[in-house]
Design a protein around this ligand. Structure first.
Ligand SMILES: Nc1ncnc2c1ncn2[C@@H]1O[C@H](COP(=O)(O)OP(=O)(O)OP(=O)(O)O)[C@@H](O)[C@H]1O
Length: 313
């Protein structure tokens, strides 16, 4: 087992009663200090994995360690060190945001009532809900409810935050707020494990990523490594597309496609890009843009699965 791992699983598997294989032999390593994106389309097994990690359901087989302790066996020791936001916070709509936090804090037998007011004040401040603390939770927007859920998870210092689709259902402004908060928490040294079906979200906030599809892990590593594992394409912007295609083909560029005033092709493995550019210009091609396209996580995902990233549902 990896001593720097905050979460580690080996062969973790869940088959639901009814026979559905939701998670299939998962080997996951979440390094301490990472913002770890757990990416996969709806139904790929993310929530099931998180529920096993948090000791809410038993795995069918395999093992999971969280903060170095076996789950679900050590659930009583582990959960106080973990802040979790799973499937939306359980809030009382008739209580104010502040009083919801009082309730959460009072339900924690290890929380000292004498420091409660200060801790609640700090948590509200942290998520930007101080001004709205007196409002009833049912009057909160979805984004405010998520932030209140995060405040509940932050009532005490945590080594690990586990967030299941924290921006699901939020408007762009709400998403930005949650992402900014995740970044801040990570800067303070908290390891954050968050699931998402949104590639660009993972790209924006995460240092690491694991990609799930149909219960299986396709890959894991740093976001940078994953993007680097896929070669970008050469892209040329020009009104003279036919001539550009001819010259590029002559110079060994494969898989050429033309869309509007843009020609793309496989980046040549050898040879000088500057030379290629010069050849185009020599042939009278008016080159407006020339270069290697940036590879997105989405390109990497398509390369991994051979298909587009399906975000249905
Ligand atoms: N309690 C359950 N009983 C039987 N099957 C289940 C149960 N919960 C989930 N599943 C099935 O297991 C598979 C994985 O579901 P899971 O919720 O873990 O995926 P997910 O990636 O979290 O997707 P979503 O983002 O939609 O929650 C799905 O096919 C789902 O239908």
């Amino acid at each position: 087992m990896d001593a720097t791992a905050v979460i580690e699983t080996a062969g973790l598997t869940k088959r639901y009663r009814g026979g559905q294989l939701a998670v299939d032999g998962l080997d996951l390593v979440v390094p301490r200090g990472s913002v770890f994106g757990f990416l996969g389309p709806n139904g790929s097994g993310k929530t099931t994995t998180i529920r096993m990690l948090m000791g809410l359901i038993e795995p069918t087989s395999g093992v999971a360690r969280v903060l170095g302790e076996p789950m679900p066996r050590a659930v009583g020791r582990v959960l106080p060190r973990v802040g979790a936001l799973i499937e939306g916070p359980a809030l009382y709509g008739f209580l104010s945001g502040h009083d919801n936090l009082v309730r959460f804090d009072a339900a924690d037998p290890t929380a000292d009532p004498r420091t409660r007011a200060a801790r609640i004040g700090a948590a509200l401040e942290r998520v930007g809900l101080t001004a709205a603390a007196g409002k009833k939770a049912r009057a909160y927007s979805l984004g405010m409810k998520q932030r209140l859920g995060l405040a509940a998870a932050l009532l005490r210092p945590r080594e690990l935050l586990v967030l299941d689709e924290p921006t699901n259902g939020l408007d762009p402004q709400g998403m930005r707020e949650i992402r900014a908060l995740v970044r801040e928490l990570a800067e303070d040294g908290t390891t954050v494990f968050l699931s998402s079906h949104l590639l660009d979200e993972i790209e924006q906030v995460c240092t690491h990523v694991a990609v799930m599809a149909q219960g299986r892990l396709l890959t894991q590593g740093t976001v940078r490594e994953l993007a680097a594992s896929v070669t970008g394409r050469l892209a040329v912007g020009t009104p003279d597309t036919a001539e550009a295609v001819r010259v590029l083909k002559e110079h060994g560029v494969n898989d050429l496609t033309v869309r509007g005033e843009r020609v793309t092709g496989e980046l040549p493995g050898t040879g000088d890009l500057a030379e290629l550019n010069a050849a185009l210009v020599r042939a009278g091609v008016r080159v407006r843009a020339f270069g290697a396209e940036r590879v997105s996580l989405e390109d990497a995902f398509v390369a991994l699965t051979g298909e587009g990233f399906d975000v249905a549902g």
